[in-house]
Design a protein around this ligand. Structure first.
Ligand SMILES: [Zn+2]
Length: 84
């Protein structure tokens, strides 16, 4: 995370999001990937190796896409709850 906002120079390093971003990412990505995996398995039953080489990269890419958004959401919540 950048120590200061690029636009307004607000100090961001004082907000510690800790594990909330990764936790939120797991919740979001889990609710996207798991239903897809179950749907594909129940309707098409592809080979396990095919599922592994498909779902593992999709999951990793989805996590890499969602994690910065989750982290930003956490930071925005902490920023909105700050002492004014
Ligand atoms: Zn700003």
């Amino acid at each position: 995370m950048k120590p200061n906002c690029n636009n307004c120079n607000e100090k961001l390093s004082i907000y510690r999001t800790d594990d909330f971003g990764p936790w939120l990412t797991i919740i979001i990505v889990g609710h996207i990937i798991i239903p897809l995996v179950l749907y594909i398995e129940q309707n098409y039953s592809p080979q396990l190796w095919l599922q592994a080489i498909t779902w593992i990269p999709i999951t990793i890419l989805t996590v890499l896409y969602v994690l910065p958004i989750s982290k930003s959401i956490c930071l925005a919540i902490l920023w909105s709850l700050r002492d004014k």
